[in-house]
Design a binder for this molecule. Structure first.
Ligand code: PLP
Length: 367
């Protein structure tokens, strides 16, 4: 029941669906008559195998993942993938292209420097990361092993839309995307990508689980010194059970996937997310400058909504007053300041409506 929960606008770990948490609670002590908790199970026993297999088939159904893609449940967060990608897809001499639309893409490119030769072919830094490039704004290196994007920049609130994913046109033609903060928020044509990866802790479960969706022909070329834990081939051959996986986290992700399917799948989920974002952006844009979102309108994220107050000195009060009304984690990232409302799948419409009503009241009080 919502009355004993807050509306949690955190960027991640973030709010999960209440019904999923209650289901997990009811199964915590004794899963499905097994006499034990999921976290006590052997990862090689038939109970846990049924859990991970269902999680995989539900996620495959949700994203309509084609058969020629492997789905891996790994650990270490998206940050570990910043290294795993060049380790698996390149030699140390290889060039790779990075489009940098925010802090996460920047971090990914910097980590890749240790293992290959990354080139930043477009950066939004001089515009304070408020834009997404169009096809004509950058030139790919003809021999780049892959082109990397961050599909949704969690801190800056810029998101690639279906229509502006870059189309890799060089010889390898491999597009790689960090989808940590918009994973499962909308349908995605997986076949456009060589690799999609995401930390779970925004839309689909607890931190610790990291999902990698990779075209099978890209597996098996890891650099010789790649740690086994970062080698996609090892995990693929062992169905994500090479070592002890984050069993409980995978179980929780499975419950979320089941819930998203019950909601009608990702088209429905996207519809709701669009409505929620629209209400919030309308409130910001309609405030006659009291609130402002710096991101170019056509590429605003449906998940992370950064905004500033015209009267900057009121920011602390805004966050404090909102918390009194059980709306928490609205402070912007320390690197950009201002406010940020993350409105992932599990943020109910009522949470966004309450925030918008609060914003209007706050403006009336301070205008
Ligand atoms: N990429 C994006 C887009 C993120 O939002 C985050 C974390 O917030 C990361 C990568 C890093 O993820 P992790 O903490 O799982 O390593």
């Amino acid at each position: 029941p919502q009355q004993d929960r807050v509306f949690n606008f955190a960027a991640g770990p973030a709010t999960l669906p209440g019904n999923v948490l209650l289901k997990a609670q009811s199964e915590l002590y004794n899963w499905n008559g097994s006499g034990m908790s999921v976290m006590e199970m052997s990862h090689r026993g038939k109970e846990f195998l049924s859990i991970i297999q269902k999680a995989e088939s539900d996620l495959r159904a949700l994203l309509q993942i084609p058969a020629q893609y492997s789905l891996l449940f790994l650990q270490g967060g998206a940050t570990t993938q910043f290294a795993a990608l060049p380790l698996n897809l390149c030699t140390p001499q290889d060039t790779v292209d990075y489009i940098v639309t925010g802090s996460w893409g920047d971090k990914a490119a910097k980590e890749a420097q240790k293992y290959c030769n990354p080139k930043v072919i477009w950066s939004g830094k001089s515009e304070k990361y408020t834009q997404i490039p169009s096809f004509y704004d950058f030139q790919q290196n003809p021999d780049a092993r892959y082109l990397h994007i961050c599909a949704n920049e969690t801190i800056h609130g810029v998101e690639f839309k279906d229509s502006n994913y870059p189309n890799p046109r060089n010889a390898t033609g491999i597009l790689v995307a960090d989808m940590s903060s918009n994973f499962c928020s909308k349908p995605v044509d997986v076949s456009k990508f060589g690799v999609i990866y995401a930390g779970a802790q925004k839309n689909v479960g607890p931190s610790g689980v990291t999902i990698v969706i990779i075209r099978k022909d890209l597996i098996g070329n890891a650099q010789s010194f790649t740690p086994v834990m970062l080698d996609y081939k090892i995990h693929d051959e062992n169905n994500s059970l090479y070592n002890t996986p984050p069993c409980y986290g995978i179980y929780m992700c499975g419950l979320v996937f089941e819930d998203l399917l019950k909601q009608g799948g990702l088209k429905e989920v996207e519809k709701n997310n669009k409505k929620k974002a629209q209400i919030l952006f309308d409130a910001i844009d309609g405030s006659r400058g009291f609130y402002r979102c710096p991101v170019e309108k056509s590429v605003r994220s449906l998940m992370n909504v950064p905004f500033t107050l015209e009267k900057q000195e009121l920011e602390g009060e805004f966050v404090k007053e909102a918390a009194k009304e059980k709306m928490v984690q609205l402070k912007g990232h320390r690197s950009v300041g201002g406010m940020r409302a993350s409105i992932y799948n599990a943020m109910p419409m009522a949470g966004v409506e309450k925030l918008v009503a609060f914003m209007k009241d706050f403006q009336a009080k301070h205008a």
